[in-house]
Design a protein around this ligand. Structure first.
Ligand code: DWN
Ligand code: SAH
Length: 417
């Protein structure tokens, strides 16, 4: 029953513990999004789980119903290296600049970055404050940052670690994390840990994919194992308020196909709540983010989106065109598995991450090759599996386009661009 409500039965919300979690979208059986396979692993059974999403009618949090143990997701062979994108590098330089201009009140006070990955942001913040530490459980990417001379603790950020950090460092003036909050299954514990490490006048900043963008762009491929939650300002402020924390500013930002940057502090902080929070809560209410019907309508549109993508690829294949995938992203794993697109449709997927090249896509077993292989024998069409980087990829691949190649995107609907 892919793409529809597979059960009217309610589940328990992971955060508010009420039995008001209503399932609305079933994307079916899925492998781990970043579990790329070696040729030897192709004949072995793959770990799968049911990619099933629900909306809590009490606390408004959209969340996965079945989840994968974080230790299976974030480990010593994590596939995603943040520094693969120049646009993201510029984005984080701008964020570091905002932090230094608006947030720091003393460069000696401490800063914690959660989910610092290969150091893309941490390096820039360290340029402003010497007292900066990254927390990154995936030890292979943490090591890249450590090799740049950055201070990184390779552990999951949780209450225990927060307790140790306050013993060893000053209370944090800033806690920052990009694309990590939604990766943490127990956000009640996270809020508690934030309270422990934050200075009374400290600030936290998080950026994550924004639910309103996911829904308006039909970006169902943002839904996968690593993303336990899909945030709105409504659901996040409800969560933080329960834990003595408060959002004081929110900003929509364009990265990763549409994200929300939230700024927060302790409830008692001197910082006043800005109009942006009030405005966004009103927008979300007007768009129906507190109503189950909106999510049911989204699920219906997702099903249609799948049909239109499959029809477009079928048509091009029947015309004898050569089609490949561009970017072996986590999102790509969702699209390919949910839409049943395998190696019979895409000749290969090319990707600029050296460690992904030579491996195969999870579930669908399409070979991953280098961008150089793509350039050596251009196909007719390249289906972009990281649509969030479309501009960066299209700018890089002007030669492909000038030789007649075309990109395919499925966002917000399947089309040739
Ligand atoms: O939240 C997350 C985001 C930040 O990163 C994580 N859960 C995992 C990961 O998600 P993703 O894999 O969907 O990320 P991207 O950034 O959409 O995908 C990047 C992929 O695209 C990489 O494998 C590299 C590739 N790529 C490329 O081949 N050429 C990317 C760019 C920009 C390029 O020019
Ligand atoms: N901040 C980077 C990386 C995002 S990918 C960026 O925006 O590009 C998500 C990262 O969060 C991974 O590197 C993963 O290992 C890390 N992560 C997951 N759970 C975490 C936790 N509990 N504490 C700290 N980092 C975590």
């Amino acid at each position: 029953m892919n793409g529809s409500i597979s059960s009217i039965e309610n589940h328990t919300c992971r955060l508010c513990d009420k039995s008001t979690l209503r399932p609305f979208l079933d994307l079916g059986s899925m492998p781990i999004a970043n579990a790329f396979l070696s040729s030897e692993q192709l004949s072995e059974p793959e770990y799968t789980f049911n990619l099933y999403t629900g909306f809590c009618e009490s606390c408004f949090m959209v969340q996965l119903i079945d989840t994968v143990d974080p230790n299976l997701l974030f480990h010593d062979n994590y596939a995603y290296f943040s520094s693969i994108s120049n646009v993201m590098d510029q984005h984080f330089a701008a964020l570091a600049n905002i932090i230094s201009n608006e947030i720091f009140y003393d460069e000696e006070l401490s800063v914690i970055e959660i989910g610092s990955n290969d150091g893309i942001l941490l390096e820039k913040i360290s340029g402003y404050s010497s007292n900066t530490i990254g927390i990154e459980p995936s030890s292979n990417v943490a090591e890249v940052a450590q090799n740049k001379g950055l201070k990184v603790v390779s552990e999951f950020f949780n209450s225990d670690l927060a307790g140790k950090l306050v013993m060893d460092y000053n209370p944090a003036q800033l806690v920052v994390g990009a694309n990590v909050l939604c990766h943490i299954p127990d956000l009640n514990e996270l809020a508690h840990a934030l309270n422990t490490v934050l200075d009374d006048e400290g600030v936290f900043i998080f950026e994550d994919p924004y639910l309103l963008d996911i829904m308006s762009k039909l970006a169902y491929d943002q839904i996968y194992d690593e993303h336990f939650y899909y945030f709105s300002v409504t659901s996040l402020s409800t969560l933080f308020e329960r834990h003595g924390l408060r959002l004081f500013r929110v900003e929509q930002i364009p990265v990763h196909g549409g994200s929300m940057r939230i700024y927060g502090c302790k409830s008692e902080s001197r910082r006043s709540t800005e109009q942006s929070v009030v405005n966004q809560l009103q927008i979300e209410n007007d768009k129906g983010l507190s109503n189950l019907e909106s999510y049911i309508a989204f699920a219906d549109s997702v099903k249609k989106s799948r049909l239109s993508l499959v029809a477009l690829l079928d048509k091009l294949q029947n015309e004898g065109k050569r089609i490949v995938g561009y970017a072996a992203s986590s999102k790509g794993t969702v699209i390919l598995n949910y839409c049943g697109i395998g190696a019979d449709v895409l000749e290969y997927v090319c990707d600029n991450t050296p460690s992904k090249q030579g491996l195969f896509t999870p579930g669908t077993h399409i070979p991953i090759v280098s961008i150089e292989s793509f350039a050596s024998d251009y196909p007719d069409y390249a289906f972009v599996l990281a649509w969030n980087h479309m501009k960066e990829i299209s700018d890089k691949e002007s030669e492909f386009r000038s030789q007649g190649g075309r990109f395919i995107t499925h966002i917000p609907e399947a089309r040739i661009v």
